[in-house]
Design a protein around this ligand. Structure first.
Ligand code: ACO
Length: 320
């Protein structure tokens, strides 16, 4: 027995911010952003919250899956931008959809968040603990951006994607996951500092900081490596894979991965041009878009691969 994705859903905020809109409020241009990243626009929240977007995506995935909310045993949300420190976004989703039997928690693995959540669900199921899981990647990255730092804020967007996973005879084939904490400070966002009546703590609010070139070097090396490893584990070659659904950070990273794997770029669907980098939400949003366009047939083999803050990475081979 393994477990299979049986429904997907996604939600993008209504507010569309094009590169030209950014160039009106900071020194940047459509040419700079598009040529370096492939991003042309992104969605940013107005009223929406991380939980709200998660709930919308979850409802669509649940409806497509045909399972009832009460049948869900486990809800995991990959996010670094939950609305509360506690309760978790997963607990907020549980309450909203009425998945009263479910255990619910969030995982923090930045842009690898959805992959880590999915792998955790797979592992629980393989251990025979649970049968049906709701896995979500959701981010409101706009609230942790320094909007005076043009080198980071132009890259990111907000949104959520979800998948329902159920025990089945086909589905997950292999998975790999890893991290390199030594390189963690190349992409960081500091939390509130300790402040109490007995120390000199500060009230500073911190924002995302990135050493773009180091993250780029990490991604173009580690992503093809972990995809090769997960394919080897599955005993499957790249020719047998219909699509490579990668974390949508940067078009140049995706092109480099395709080149290193000697796979046509046509096998790498893209959403970053219209969504920007949505961190943990990017893979489930893209998977849902590919699914909803009718591009997937039963039996198709896919690679999903995420990478990012931590630094972390994870890849999986699945049969649809
Ligand atoms: N508009 C115009 N100019 C800009 C902007 C901007 N938005 N941002 C930076 N610049 C300027 C810089 O100030 C610099 O100017 P200078 O030469 O006068 O000092 C110049 O552009 C070059 O800056 P670099 O940071 O060296 O630009 P680089 O070519 O490295 O591109 C980028 C930056 C796109 C972030 C690149 O490093 C990259 O692709 N990194 C990969 C990391 C990534 O995609 N991270 C996403 C999040 S992490 C994740 O999801 C895993």
């Amino acid at each position: 027995m393994t477990s299979r994705i049986i429904g997907t859903g996604s939600y993008l905020p209504e507010l569309i911010i094009k590169n030209d809109d950014l160039s009106k409020i900071m020194e940047t241009s459509d040419e700079w952003i598009a040529s370096r990243t492939g991003i042309r626009e992104r969605r940013l929240v107005k009223e929406e919250t991380t939980a709200y977007m998660s709930i919308q995506a979850a409802k669509i995935a649940i409806e497509e899956s045909g399972v009832k909310a009460e049948e869900i045993d486990l809800i995991i949300v990959g996010t670094i931008t939950g609305d509360y420190i506690t309760p978790s976004t997963a607990c907020e989703v549980q309450a909203a959809i009425g998945a009263n039997r479910a255990a619910a928690f969030d995982v923090n693995a930045a842009c690898t968040g959805f992959m880590t959540a999915l792998h955790t669900a797979y592992a629980y199921m393989a251990a025979g603990v649970y049968d049906t899981a709701l896995v979500i990647g959701a981010e409101t990255l706009s609230k942790i951006m320094d909007w005076d730092d043009r080198s980071t804020c132009v890259l990111f967007g907000d949104g959520a994607g979800a998948a329902v996973v159920k025990k089945d005879t086909v589905g997950l084939i292999s998975m790999v996951q890893g991290s390199d904490g030594q390189k963690g400070m190349n992409l960081s966002c500091k939390n509130r500092e300790s402040k109490n009546p007995f120390n000199q703590g500060k009230d500073t609010i911190y924002y995302t900081q990135m050493n773009g070139q180091e993250v780029y070097k990490f991604a173009v090396k580690k992503v093809p490596e972990c995809i090769s490893e997960v394919l080897e584990k599955a005993n499957i070659c790249t020719d047998e894979i219909k699509y490579f659904i990668l974390h949508q950070a940067n078009m140049r990273i995706i092109q480099s991965v395709a080149k290193r794997l000697k796979v046509s770029e046509d096998k790498f669907p893209i959403s970053l041009d219209l969504c920007g980098n949505v961190s943990a939400a990017s893979i489930p949003i893209l998977l849902d878009q590919v699914n909803k366009k009718g591009m997937l047939e039963k039996g198709d083999k896919l690679v999903l691969a995420g990478f990012g803050g931590g630094l972390t990475w994870g890849a999986t081979v699945i049969e649809w």
